[in-house]
Design a protein around this ligand. Structure first.
Ligand code: HSE
Length: 434
């Protein structure tokens, strides 16, 4: 039975994503009504700059007082697309106090305060949905939380930042250096004027924290995620990767330990074989590869950012939350029953590609190999190349290891740096996806 009284929606924020949410709510109003079983009405739009012209939005709906909008007594659902910690956190808390369910796209807030916000929603008997917080349009939160709820996820590996994927893809396809590729990303609007959050991996780490908690039914904070940015990746690294049949991606990797007693969560650049499905993710696209016990390997792919793609995820949540409201029910909340601890990066086991500048003289290779052996790191391949500019004096040595603990590799590199014959460690990169 169709309800004629509309569910009233407060839109908090009306930037790139918010304006698309408002547009879709208006243009698809009839379909949304049919799918939900009641009309959803945009009842107010809280903004910072009221004078800005917002096409398609009734100026009478615009307010600068988001708190008053939430407190006026008739709002059923709030959509938070402001981003950042404050005022978003206070507004979401206010919404729960007012009996209002929330749809949010705020990865930074969810990664930092997800547990407290989930608790507030649960206590109030309300929904907190945030599909848009991770990988834009790609359905990921709901598949992990609902479709795979009967399975056991062991590993999630993904490209969850479009800006850095665009830069790395340019470096790979054109041979450009980091700065040149970043400049192109900025000129085309993929990178922000201050690209720190993207290129230093903070954005991906926030998404990794959210995904780790959901995938492994535990609680992970942003600080638990090991993070390395991609600003040091060079054209030489790509040349090395190509020689190994690999490319380089900024990956978020979330793993359940072999004994099942802990998890790890990390974000860093890594080499992956060209045959791996993530290697073919080009430009600013995102993709997440999930390995589950019964389902096997699944890949989720699509646009991870942008107004309309992100609004698609928000609207999906709006429909779900609206349906729950009509059914006087709530959807799945936080599931953190495993309480698995997050192990430090030193416990992560993977392979490494290490590029060294060494003296080109007898015994150097043996000395380097002994250093790896002393730290329990087994070498898979070694490639040495003399330098045209230093024939007989200096050489470039590339060592690829078998799987070893990150702590063992760090100890190896520290010892290598102390060798007189090692002039420098040009790069260290993890090798994943084999
Ligand atoms: N800045 C992000 C990216 C999009 O480049 O993927 C929003 O999370």
């Amino acid at each position: 039975m169709m309800r004629t009284r509309p569910l009233k929606v407060a839109l908090l924020g009306c930037g790139v994503v918010g304006s698309e949410v408002a547009r879709i709510m208006t243009t698809h109003a009839d379909d949304l009504t049919q799918r939900i079983g009641a009309p959803v009405e945009l009842a107010g739009v809280a903004v910072r700059r009221p004078s800005k012209v917002r096409e398609g939005i009734d100026p009478a709906l615009i307010t600068t007082d988001a708190t008053a909008l939430l407190k006026r007594g008739d709002i059923d659902i709030a959509i938070e697309v402001i981003g950042g910690i404050e005022p978003a956190r206070t507004l979401i808390t206010t919404a729960f106090e007012q009996g209002i369910s929330v749809v949010s796209a705020n990865k930074a807030l969810l990664a930092q305060d997800g547990a407290a916000l989930h608790a507030a929603a649960e206590q109030a008997g309300l929904d907190l949905y945030y599909e848009a917080a991770v990988a834009g349009a790609i359905p990921l939160i709901r598949p992990l939380r609902e479709s795979l709820a009967g399975d056991k996820i062991n590993r999630v590996m993904g490209i969850v930042n479009g800006t850095t994927n665009f830069i790395l893809d340019k470096m790979d396809s054109t041979g450009a250096g980091y700065q040149e590729a970043l400049d192109e990303a900025t000129a085309l609007g993929y990178a922000e004027a201050d690209p720190t959050a993207d290129v230093e991996g903070y954005d991906a780490a926030a998404k990794a924290a959210i995904l780790t908690g959901i995938a492994f039914h535990t609680r992970v904070r942003l600080d638990d995620v090991y993070r390395e940015g991609m600003t040091e990746v060079s054209a030489a690294d790509f040349a090395s990767a190509k020689r190994m049949g690999c490319t380089i991606k900024l990956l978020a990797i979330l793993e359940r330990a072999a004994d099942g007693e802990s998890v790890t969560a990390r974000v860093h650049p890594a080499m992956i074989p060209l045959s791996h499905p993530l290697a073919s993710v080009r430009e600013a696209y995102n993709a997440v590869f999930v390995e589950a016990e019964a389902a096997g390997r699944l890949m989720f792919y699509g646009p991870g950012a942008g107004g309309a793609p992100t609004a698609s995820a928000v609207l999906g949540d709006l429909v779900a939350v609206a349906r729950n409201k009509l059914a006087e029910a709530t959807g799945p909340g936080e599931s953190a029953y495993t309480q698995l601890p997050v192990s430090p990066m030193g416990d992560v086991v993977t392979r490494y590609h290490i590029s060294l500048d060494v003296a080109d003289k007898p015994g150097v290779l043996a000395q380097v190999a002994t250093t790896f052996a002393e730290h329990g790191v087994s070498i898979d391949t070694v490639r040495q190349q003399g330098r045209p500019d230093g024939v007989g004096k200096e050489a470039s040595l590339v060592v690829v290891t078998h799987r070893a603990a990150d702590a063992a590799l760090s100890g190896t590199v520290e010892a290598l740096r102390k060798l007189d014959t090692v002039r420098g460690v040009a790069s260290i990169m993890r090798v994943e996806g084999e």
